[in-house]
Design a protein around this ligand. Structure first.
Ligand code: COA
Length: 194
């Protein structure tokens, strides 16, 4: 059964943590200790206005999909708090010139980048290893599309550094629009029109 969860209880967070560690051992999040992980998951649901889709087979968690509906923090700062923007820009120009370029692009009304930043993002997605390739991921995505469409959302984006996941997203109709380098990993950025 696939259910939507806007908040998570302790037991569910622990199950998600365990599954995340098994499915994506190289991810940053599951390598945090459990206390941090729990805090981040709670923040994700509170701050990002996102939602979890959880697939359960009785008491066993079999799949997790988290869609982040709000754009990221810096973007929100730029769009909603012009005063803070001034300081963000000064700070970014010193510490992160590349991000500054993105932020300046964002400030141009109707730029492609602005639209993309407002697009909800698949932030977490994993299916229990023993049932991958059996259609559950597809079903969870379909459920997410229904929820997003009912909320008049017409675009969904994601990023991945995994070749298998990239092939999966391409099969599901996502279009790769860019590569983003972070450390020694390259992430493909993908977008799907709903
Ligand atoms: C990527 C992932 C979420 C896809 O979920 P899934 O339930 O395995 O995918 P599905 O079974 O619904 O669909 C897989 C598609 O790829 C093909 N596929 C076949 N074997 C596959 C496999 N072992 N893994 C992935 N895809 C496979 C299927 O043919 C299907 O295509 P089709 O619907 O056009 O026939 C899942 O494999 C996973 O959790 N991977 C590890 C974690 C990960 O990489 N997550 C993404 C991080 S961004």
């Amino acid at each position: 059964m696939i259910r939507i969860a806007n908040t998570l209880d302790k037991k569910t967070i622990r199950q998600i943590y365990k599954l995340h560690k098994i499915c994506l051992p190289n991810d940053l999040l599951p390598n945090l200790n459990y206390i941090h992980y729990k805090a981040i998951l709670n923040k994700m649901t509170n701050v990002s206005n996102g939602f979890f889709l959880l697939s359960e087979n009785g008491p066993v968690l079999t799949g997790v999909l988290f869609i982040q509906r709000r754009y990221n923090f810096i973007t929100r700062t730029v769009l909603e708090h012009p005063f803070l923007t001034f300081f963000s820009i000064i700070k970014l120009s010193i510490f992160n010139p590349r991000k500054l370029k993105e932020v300046l692009a964002l400030m141009q009304p109707n730029s492609v980048y602005t639209n993309l930043e407002k697009t909800p993002e698949i932030f977490m997605f994993f299916i229990a290893s023993d049932i991958q390739g059996e259609g559950l991921g597809t079903n969870m995505l379909k459920k997410a599309y229904t929820i997003l469409s009912a909320n008049n959302i017409r675009q969904l984006k994601t990023k991945t550094s995994s070749e298998t996941a990239l092939q999966f997203y391409l099969r599901k109709g996502f279009v790769k629009i860019a590569n983003q380098k972070r450390g020694d990993r390259v992430f493909a950025i993908l977008v799907l029109g709903l």
